[in-house]
Design a protein around this ligand. Sequence first.
Ligand code: 1HN
Length: 356
Amino acid sequence: MSARPDPNARVAAERQAYYQAIQSLHLSPLWEQLHALVPMQPATPCVAAHWRYDALRPHLMRAGEIISAAEAVRRVLVLENPGLPGLASITQSLYAGLQLILPGEVAPAHRHTQSALRFVVEGQGAYTAVNGERTTMQPGDFIITPAWTWHDHGSDAGAPVVWLDGLDIPIVRFFDAGFAENASTASQAVTRPEGHNLARYGANMAPLREASPHGATSPIFSYPYARSREALARLQRDGALDAWDGVKLAYINPATGGAPTPTMAAFLQLLPARFEGKPYRQTDGAVFSVVEGHGVAILGEDAAQQRFEFAPRDHFVVPSWQRLQLQAREECVLFSFSDRPVQQATALWREQRLDR
Ligand code: 1HN
């Protein structure tokens, strides 16, 4: 008895032959990829990850022994998402790294179309300069380098200084819109005294006859920790507690009320001791830097649940649309940043706040 031809196998073979035939014309069948192209909900290769500072710090300090800041240009350990190997990305849209500068060093001046933010993690007394003005770094300070502005870093401190760099590198790469230039001198000339910028724009006031100097980017380039921390402490005392976030404030561009950079939003939040936040998810994956306190970030749910027991100076990343629940053993302060302004400008941003 001979086997009957299988009609399904015949159809499949016919289609495969067809796909082969059109391939050399650079054509491909949409119907084979439609589901993956238009997922029912975000399906990111980005995964949750936790970088413990006590495990990472010795390697960062070792980098300080094997290469100078001048030689490296920027001596940084990239926080590479394990799901995005080799892409210098912590999420699909964002880059993050920890930068080390040692006493007496200079990271030479350059500029690029990528926007950067800094969050000071350890040490004090290093400076960053933007367009002729320096700001001295203190732990917890939030600092911006607007796109296409000259910037260099240096240190007159007595000890190593480490900060978190957040850049929109993958976004600029996606748009193929990257340009960069090196300055002719390593350190730019200081043309304005420190604090000038904060006096002009940081007191809920602004100069009368002058456009904001960096267009859509905040004219403030350093948001000192002491002021942001005091605002959170005051709100906590007043009982302004959110069941998901604790007390959370967004850094703003005072000229627009929007995010401090066109591509990145940044936040600072306080979780009171023994706070047990409700779970939520948002389409903007977020990078967290722990400033104060020990707590737990619970990511995902059921069998896929992960618990990150965090300590000061730890970093962790929450992928897009992943459930997150924050718990504080003692009073905690967390900094975070994400690509929310881009998602809001493109009407993509969503969040879900869950009860349990
Ligand atoms: C950069 O310019 C800095 O200025 C840090 O400190 C990290 C990563 C990639 C490209 C440029 C900085 C960077 C960077």
